[in-house]
Design a protein around this ligand. Structure first.
Ligand code: ARG
Ligand code: ZN
Ligand code: CA
Length: 254
């Protein structure tokens, strides 16, 4: 696929306090980050170690607020709803009007993004392709959403949404989700095998699982480092994204 694919996005803002009712501007800063990260035009790419510069991949995806709602009417691509819930968890309540959240728009036509207060330090979570349409999409805590307004360091560069959309496009954590073991895999050939997740802002090289001399690719979006420390996808990861968009999420490609 040479051409850029545009993904229509609906943002469901589910708020208990006025602060959680994030501004249009905060939403736009998040969309802007996605449009840099998924085109590999983000300024911080220059921080990729020289040995991995050749692996940096352009996903050729563009994210745009939906302009037509499921009924065919014009929309800003944002829904807003007050909720009595003080916070949400990963139990998907935020995805249902009847549970204090907001119902999904048809998942074969829209990327659903819910923005709310998540509890327990959870920044966000995603549903992988192949799951139920009613819960499909990503959920992001408002303090980790966009780059302005309530976005709070060190998660104020919009990378939680980049990471969760990575999962939504079938990418696994580069640590392989086997705790701190060395036998898990992300099923991607060009990401080094690494032990657990990295946090904060590691220094290069950070070696685990005998992956020297270059070590962990902790600056990958699918690690757990701070927003300022994650800034690349690899060609191998984008092969999985392509397969997802040609397979389970093909209806989104119009
Ligand atoms: N699901 C992960 C969590 O909530 C998201 C990690 C995102 N990392 C980041 N630097 N924004 O912990
Ligand atoms: Zn994750
Ligand atoms: Ca591992």
């Amino acid at each position: 696929r040479a051409e850029v694919v545009t993904i229509p996005v609906v943002v469901h803002v589910v708020h208990n306090t006025d602060e959680q009712n994030v501004s249009e501007e905060q939403i736009d800063t998040q969309i802007a980050v996605l449009n840099e990260d998924f085109r590999a035009v983000n300024a911080d790419l220059k921080g990729v170690p020289a040995v991995w510069q050749g692996l940096v991949a352009d996903a050729r995806l563009e994210f745009r607020r939906a302009s037509t709602d499921p009924q065919g009417n014009p929309t800003t691509g944002v829904t807003r709803r007050h909720t009595d819930a003080r916070s949400f968890s990963d139990n998907d309540a935020v995805k249902f009007t009847a549970r204090g959240g907001a119902d999904a728009w048809p998942a074969d036509r829209y990327l659903n993004v819910w923005v709310c207060q998540l509890g327990g330090g959870l920044l966000g979570y995603a549903q992988f392709p192949g799951g139920p349409p009613a819960t499909d999409g990503v959920v992001i805590t408002h303090t980790g959403f966009g780059t302005t307004g309530t976005a709070t360091a060190p998660f104020n560069l919009g990378r939680t949404t980049t990471h969760e959309i990575g999962h939504w496009l079938n990418l696994f954590h580069i640590g392989g989700d086997d705790g701190t073991g060395c036998s898990g895999t992300d099923f991607v050939a060009d990401t080094p095998n690494q032990a657990g997740q990295n946090f904060g802002t590691p220094a290069f090289p950070s070696i685990t699982c005998n992956n020297g001399p270059d070590g962990d690719m902790f600056m990958n979006y699918m690690d757990y480092t701070d927003d300022a420390a994650m800034f690349m996808f690899t060609h191998g990861q984008i092969l999985r994204v392509e397969a997802c968009l040609a397979g389970p999420r093909r209806n989104l490609v119009v």
